[in-house]
Ligand binder design. Structure first.
Ligand code: AMP
Length: 201
C-alpha cells in the first residue's frame, strides 16, 4: 500500500497537488475536509458533530477524525494506496495513522510539505473557489477556471467555502500552524519529509 501524505497550511495548495498526484499515480485522494463537508451536507450524525467545529475554524476532535479516516482507507479503492490531503493534522493523528498502517504491514512512504509564507496564505484563501462535485480548487487571480463559476474538470458549479471568510480564515491559520509544525517534526526525523516551495508555479 503506497501512502503519501500532503502537509501544508490551509491555502498552501495541498488539494491542487493531491489531485495531480492522484491522477498521475491512479490512487484515490482522500481529504478529511471533503469527507466532513459531505457529511455536513448529508446531515449525518458525523456531519452534525463536525459542523460546529468547522464553523469556528477549529479541528474536529481526533477521536472522530481518526475513526472516519481509518474507515475510509479500509475501502476497496484504497487497497493499492492513497494520497492523504489534510490528515494527519497533529501528532496524535500521525501516530494513529502510523499504528494503523503498521498493523497491515504498511507505512507512510513520503510526507510532502508544501511550504508557503503566512502572509501569502490569507490572500490565497480569500480568493478560493471549489467545485461542488469533487472539490477541485480554483482561485480568482492565481488559477481561474476557463468559464467563470464552472469547474474545468467536471462542469459542476463553483462555490466559496463558509470557512474561507476572512474572519474565519485568520482563526483557522492561528489554530493550525502550530500543529502543522508538530506533524512536520514527526516525519522529519524519520527521513520521510520532503519540503517543496509552494510559491513556485
Ligand atoms: P480542510 O478542507 O482540510 O481545510 O478542512 C476543513 C475543516 O475540516 C478544518 O478546518 C477542520 O475543522 C476539519 N478537518 C479537516 N481535516 C481535519 C483533521 N485531520 N483533523 C481535525 N479536523 C479536520
Amino acid at each position: 500500500m503506497k501512502v503519501l501524505v500532503l502537509l501544508g497550511a490551509p491555502g498552501a495548495g495541498k488539494g491542487t497537488q493531491a489531485d495531480i498526484l492522484a491522477r498521475n499515480l491512479g490512487l484515490p485522494r482522500i481529504a478529511t475536509g471533503d469527507l466532513f463537508r459531505s457529511a455536513v451536507r448529508a446531515g449525518t450524525p458525523l456531519g452534525v458533530e463536525a459542523k460546529a467545529y468547522m464553523e469556528r475554524g477549529e479541528f474536529v476532535p481526533d477521536e472522530i477524525t481518526v475513526r472516519m479516516l481509518l474507515q475510509r482507507i479500509s475501502a476497496p479503492d484504497a487497497a493499492r494506496g492513497v494520497i492523504l490531503d489534510g490528515f494527519p493534522r497533529n501528532r496524535a493523528q500521525a501516530e494513529a495513522l502510523e499504528a494503523a498502517l503498521a498493523a497491515r504491514g504498511a507505512q507512510v512512504e513520503s510526507a510532502l510539505y508544501i511550504e508557503v509564507p503566512e502572509a501569502d496564505l490569507l490572500q490565497r484563501l480569500s480568493g478560493r473557489w471549489l467545485c461542488q462535485a469533487h472539490g477541485h480548487t480554483y482561485h480568482d487571480t492565481a488559477y481561474p477556471p476557463r468559464s467563470p463559476g464552472v469547474c474545468d474538470v467536471d462542469g459542476s458549479p463553483l462555490a466559496q467555502r463558509d470557512d474561507d471568510r476572512p474572519e474565519i480564515v485568520a482563526a483557522r491559520l492561528r489554530n493550525q500552524l502550530g500543529s502543522l509544525e508538530e506533524v512536520v517534526e514527526f516525519y522529519r526525523p524519520k527521513g520521510l519529509l520532503r519540503t517543496v516551495d509552494g510559491r513556485r508555479p
